[in-house]
Design a protein around this ligand. Structure first.
Ligand code: IPE
Ligand code: IPE
Ligand code: MG
Length: 248
């Protein structure tokens, strides 16, 4: 495998962790077994980001739409998250990893929310890696919430409608102080964004893997980074312009 150029690493990687259910089904096991194994991929990929000094990793753990799943699966996911937060907090503290939540706190079971808030509080002073969990998250809902908050600020005289620029709008999102994702990875072989970071992914590079999330580990993550490093990010310019670094 090609090696990684530390100077060309993404600053922010987002991952749509998909395929846990199919992974379990292939093994004639309950879907929850796949989610449990997926948690090991989470740990491995987060450790890898920390090691490589990638400053932001955002993981899609539970979408607004995932509430439509069977009740038993939803409650098993909450219980898994609760256990995961408890077991991983010491390592997060030890490695100076900051945990953050993107999404709607309302609807998340009280005990899980309390555990989440505790981990967020206890790691709030760290900045080696910002590990964000998108939980009860939806990109459209995030945009609507931002629009409502801005409208409220206009109504109360803190802003004029014409103040609204890209930057101002971004500052109303959950990711207010984050760089936009440079790389979005989706496992599980699907080619869709499923309501993940809709505003923020405007210029992200997309990488899809046929592998199911529990099979996506350090080696596969490194492969994604190598692939990313081979991309030419033109941001609307021509390839020649990038080479000469001018607008002539
Ligand atoms: C992703 O795996 C995890 C969550 C959405 C919580 P899935 O549970 O969607 O797995 P598949 O796509 O059914 O295989
Ligand atoms: C996306 O996976 C959400 C998460 C990874 C949490 P889904 O499995 O819910 O996505 P769809 O339903 O296939 O689009
Ligand atoms: Mg899925």
């Amino acid at each position: 495998m090609q090696s990684i150029d530390p100077a060309k690493l993404p600053r922010h990687v987002g991952i749509i962790m998909d395929g846990n259910g199919r992974w379990a089904k292939q093994r004639f096991r309950n879907r929850i077994f796949g989610h449990e194994e997926g948690a090991n991929s989470v740990r491995e990929v987060a450790r890898c980001c920390r090691k490589l000094e990638i400053p932001y990793l955002t993981l899609y753990a539970f979408s607004k739409e995932n509430w439509q799943r069977p009740k038993s699966e939803v409650s098993a996911l909450w219980s898994l998250l609760d256990r995961f937060l408890e077991s991983e907090l010491p390592e997060m503290v030890d490695k100076e990893i900051r945990l953050r939540h993107l999404g709607d706190p309302e609807g998340i079971p009280e005990d899980v929310l309390a555990r989440l808030r505790k981990a967020i509080d206890e790691t709030s002073g760290f900045d080696k890696l910002t590990l964000s969990l998108a939980i009860n998250y939806g990109g459209r809902q995030e945009i609507l919430l931002a629009a409502r908050k801005f409208a409220q600020d206009v109504q109360e005289g803190r802003h004029l409608p014409e103040d609204l620029t890209d930057e101002v709008f971004s500052s109303y999102l959950f990711t207010a102080d984050y760089p936009d994702p440079d790389l979005i990875i989706r496992t599980g072989g699907e080619y869709r964004v499923s309501n993940f970071l809709l505003w923020q992914l405007a210029y992200a590079e997309l990488y899809t893997s046929q592998l199911l999330w529990p099979d996506f580990r350090e080696e596969q993550f490194m492969e994604a980074l190598v692939d990313y490093q081979g991309r030419e990010r033109r941001f609307g310019k021509t390839g020649d312009q990038l080479k000469s670094d001018s607008t002539d």
